[in-house]
Design a protein around this ligand. Structure first.
Ligand code: ACO
Length: 330
């Protein structure tokens, strides 16, 4: 393999739908309370898309920001990897929809389904595609409209999820050492029943009965997911650090998947990192699945927490189960 770094993040961007839904708003329709949600998850509000806001529409804003920050135009993009579990359509891919919205054609584009670690998976795939000569400038998007697959009457899931989009332009690395230092991906499909949508795919196509039974919406065994998440996140931090040839004291900032503050705290503890070195913004967005890491990256830069030269570790887990991590020099 070529010596790393092969790829670096030349520009990032993020966007959320307009409507903000606070915990207090949810109290009106669910048997829950702001106190319970904050104490058990750390979440205070999330964004829900309205009818005129498609996944493509707010992903376009994130993508345009990332492309502009990289000092490029849409025509410079060789390919698009769009990580999502909530595509605008079953067919064709949202990546192709985004390509059209960007006003370009000809480069490759495809969707990647890896749930929450989708953006981390996308970075690893983009790096590999650069390695084999399939592009020098690749747009990786992580974006979701989880409100469209959440049972808004189920208090155990409705409080967790939100909508949002994040994007990054990955370019071939220069000689300044900036870029991806290590990647690690994993999965365990035997855990699928802990967090899944039972119907609506080709195994159980849409029907009136399926919709009546809500088999097209997320089902989750929260406590079991919690335990598996802590294990997957801990293993992912260990792997990413050792594959980069580093120790935890070399990590300047940890950006974990924003699912639950308690999972984040357990992950940081396992990695031997104080919470001052951990970026948390889930209070503003809830769990946005594949958008979570790029939304956090953008906020970390905006808030001055992530500065050039710092070593940052991204770590995520989610349905599948799938997990992954990336260490990069910013
Ligand atoms: N408001 C008030 N009470 C609630 C709520 C709520 N919103 N939800 C559940 N409860 C109740 C339960 O009914 C239960 O009551 P009981 O004791 O009378 O039976 C009690 O609170 C405790 O329930 P638990 O499920 O044990 O609560 P827990 O502390 O585990 O917190 C939570 C639940 C927040 C879901 C937690 O388990 C969690 O975060 N799990 C991980 C979920 C996750 O990260 N999923 C995303 C994965 S990423 C992806 O792929 C999308």
């Amino acid at each position: 393999m070529t010596k790393r770094p092969i790829a670096y993040l030349a520009g990032i961007g993020s966007a959320t739908p307009r409507r903000v839904v606070t915990n207090t708003d949810l109290e009106k329709t669910l048997d829950t309370s702001n106190e319970w949600i904050v104490e058990r998850t750390g979440i205070r509000q999330r964004h829900f898309a309205e009818h005129d806001e498609t996944l493509t529409s707010y992903s376009l804003v994130a993508a345009q920001q990332a492309i502009a920050q990289a000092g490029l135009s849409a025509g410079d993009i060789d390919g698009i990897i769009f990580a999502t579990v909530t595509p605008d359509h079953r067919l064709p891919s949202t990546a192709c929809g985004l390509q059209a919205a960007l006003g370009v054609a000809g480069g490759w584009a495809f969707d990647l389904v890896a749930a929450c670690p989708g953006f981390v998976y996308g970075m690893a795939v983009a790096e590999g595609m650069m390695e084999v000569g399939l592009g020098d400038t690749i747009l990786v998007v992580g974006a979701e409209k989880l409100s469209s697959i959440t049972d808004q009457t189920d208090r155990s899931t409705a409080i967790l999820f939100g909508d949002g989009a994040g994007a990054a332009v990955l370019r071939r690395a220069g000689t300044d050492g900036r870029g991806i230092l290590s990647t690690y991906l994993g999965a365990d499909g035997t855990l699928a029943p802990l967090l899944h949508i039972p119907g609506g795919g080709s195994a159980d196509p849409l029907s009136e009965e399926l919709i009546r039974d809500k088999r097209h919406l997320i089902k989750m065994a929260g406590r079991e997911v919690f335990k598996a998440a802590v294990l997957a996140m801990s293993r992912s931090t260990d792997e990413a650090i050792s594959r980069a040839g580093l120790t935890s004291s070399d990590i300047d900032l940890l950006i974990p998947h924003q699912a639950n503050l308690r999972i984040i705290e357990a992950t940081a503890k396992h990695a031997g990192l104080p919470m001052e070195k951990v970026f948390v913004n889930l209070e503003r967005y809830g769990n946005t699945s594949s958008a979570s890491i790029p939304l956090a990256l953008v906020d970390a830069v905006r808030e001055g927490r992530l500065k050039p030269g710092m070593v940052v570790m991204l770590v995520s887990f989610g349905a599948g189960f799938a997990w992954g991590s990336v260490v990069l020099k910013w």
